[in-house]
Design a protein around this ligand. Structure first.
Ligand SMILES: Cc1cc2nc3c(=O)[nH]c(=O)nc-3n(C[C@H](O)[C@H](O)[C@H](O)COP(=O)(O)OP(=O)(O)OC[C@H]3O[C@@H](n4cnc5c(N)ncnc54)[C@H](O)[C@@H]3O)c2cc1C
Length: 498
């Protein structure tokens, strides 16, 4: 390959590294500049006193996307990672009530569903193929697809599919039509929280998630989710991709409608023919590029919720935990307005707990555990009074109280150390706008697909985007798809300019 082949990527998140490998395989010289001392961004990890913690992602979902990504690197997914299939996918525990093991063992699932509501299992079975079909169609026509212009024929297909999949109906209302039990309604809708979204407001397009979890499966790699990043970093290095850690980018330099290179915080400058930003898109428009109207418009869009994430080194292992646990609040539905409207935390929140040693003993010293507990909270909003230190204390108390109610009365005494990420941490560590940990941009119908900020800048045509805030959205498999889509766009442009 001749000239015009120097690619600079801002950020070594999963999206940035994956795009780097794709482009290196197409003959580009790729350099990645990451602000932090570790690669992986929200799929990073850290170690403390022999305990290992994944920072964000703990579910490996949509394994077929990983399979395809590895195959495009000439590798075999199941040979690169040692994978455990999570079954049950999670335990969902309701306050003083049912405990549901969400499992692909249909006999067990039937017994649990019928124990809660007569006839519910048959309704579930009716929804299952619909859910799987919606997943496959969304993947094909909405998610794994580059949008170009209003004249794009695929846009018609996209709108048609939204109508067909009842995308204008709200997810909770859609499920409510099928099930009387609040327990079952919760089990089939809480997954919106993965995307930082309120289930009572999310589009029913997302109703496929629990069905996808059971049919495609949810996995956990030995070594944790960050193992995927480690694996990709070594593949990137084999392709001569240069990854520079501890290298924050201060500015994207532009001239005459072209992005010319990146200015680093240390004053050095790196020229580039193509720049891809894996850093959060709205943050880049507001902080790395010359001011323009679009930055202001982006600020007015909807952003996902944020989260308090507690990482606890425990000197024991609790048998009460499965690997993935959801402790549903007695006020689960009422809580959404506290999180999404008041931008605060509920007194009695729904809590997610990850106990990695259940499948992977390497996560902690023998007989111990590396617990992650998540409480959702509103994102940073300057119009609200938000004292994050006070809210963090309340979140901690709420988790310990609930665990005590679940029989883990001595949990606090087993905590060896604590690390906590607040919305401020998500904002400062990864430059996520408003500390919105699951986007940053929200997944509303008018902020998805064709309507999500494009992966190519409108003015600076050699500036591209990859990751959670461009198309298709948040989640590790979507970061992989985003990397594939941006690569396709770059390659297509190269072909037309030859
Ligand atoms: C608490 C939590 C739980 C989650 N659980 C799951 C899960 O179970 N399964 C799942 O699939 N997904 C999960 N996710 C989502 C998933 O982790 C993310 O969607 C995915 O990792 C995002 O990858 P990305 O490449 O888009 O961005 P990021 O990981 O945010 O990477 C962007 C990178 O850019 C860097 N950067 C920013 N600014 C600069 C700059 N100026 N200079 C240089 N570098 C810069 C950042 O430091 C970062 O490393 C979770 C997320 C969170 C927060």
């Amino acid at each position: 390959m001749g000239s015009n082949n120097n690619v600079v990527i801002i950020g070594a998140g999963l999206g940035g590294i994956t795009a780097g490998i794709h482009l290196a395989r197409q003959g580009y010289n790729v350099s990645i500049y990451e602000k932090n001392t570790f690669p992986g961004g929200r799929c990073g990890n850290f170690f403390k006193d022999g305990h290992r913690f994944d920072i964000g992602a703990t579910f490996l979902m949509m394994p077929e996307i990983y399979e395809k990504t590895y195959a495009s690197f000439g590798r075999i997914f199941t040979e690169e990672l040692k994978l455990y299939r999570m079954d049950p996918v999670y335990k969902v525990k309701f306050k003083e009530r049912e405990e549901i093991f969400f499992t692909s063992d249909l006999a067990i699932l039937k017994k649990q569903f019928e124990g809660i509501e007569n006839g519910s299992y048959n309704k579930f079975l009716r929804l299952m193929p619909k859910g799987y079909d919606a997943y496959k169609k969304s993947l094909r026509y909405i998610i794994d697809h580059n949008y170009n212009s209003l004249l794009d024929f695929s846009l018609i297909k996209y709108c048609f599919l939204l109508l067909k999949l009842n995308a204008l109906t709200r997810h909770y209302n859609f499920i409510k039509r099928y099930f009387k039990s609040e327990v079952l309604r919760t089990i089939l809708t809480f997954q919106n929280l993965y995307m930082g979204k309120d289930p009572s407001r999310a589009s029913s397009l997302f109703f496929f998630i629990p069905f996808m979890e059971l049919t495609s499966g949810v996995f956990f790699p030995r070594g944790g989710m960050h193992q995927v990043v480690e694996n990709f970093v070594s593949i990137a290095r084999e392709h001569d991709v240069k990854i520079h850690l501890n290298s924050p980018v201060k500015e994207i330099k532009v001239n005459n409608g072209t992005a010319t290179g990146i200015l680093m915080e240390d004053g050095s400058f790196h020229e580039a023919d193509i720049i891809i930003s894996n850093a959060d898109l709205p943050w880049v428009y507001n902080n790395l590029l010359p001011k323009n109207k679009l930055a202001g418009k982006l600020n007015k869009l909807k952003y996902t919720s944020s989260a308090f994430v507690f990482f606890w080194g425990l000197d024991t292992v609790y048998p009460q935990f499965e690997q993935h646990n959801v402790y549903v609040s007695g006020r689960h539905n009422e809580n959404f307005s506290t999180i999404f409207t008041d931008k605060s935390i509920p007194d009695e929140p729904t809590i997610y707990v990850h106990s990695p040693v259940k499948s992977d003993k390497s996560a902690a010293p023998e007989g111990q555990d590396s617990i992650m507990a998540i409480v959702h909270t509103g994102h940073i909003d300057n119009r609200k009074e938000q004292n994050w230190e006070t809210l963090k204390t309340l979140a901690r108390q709420a988790i310990l109280k609930r665990l005590a109610e679940e029989g883990m009365t001595d949990f606090k005494s087993h905590i060896k150390f604590e690390v906590c990420y607040t919305p401020k941490t998500w904002q400062s560590l990864f430059n996520l706008t408003n500390g919105s940990a699951f986007g940053s941009l929200g997944h509303e119908i008018l902020q998805m697909g064709y309507f999500r900020p494009r992966n190519q800048h409108k003015t600076y045509k050699n500036l591209y985007f990859v990751g959670g805030s461009t198309h298709p959205g948040s989640g590790t498999p979507l970061a992989l798809i985003s990397a594939k889509l941006v690569t396709e766009r770059i390659i297509k442009k190269r072909m037309f300019s030859m």
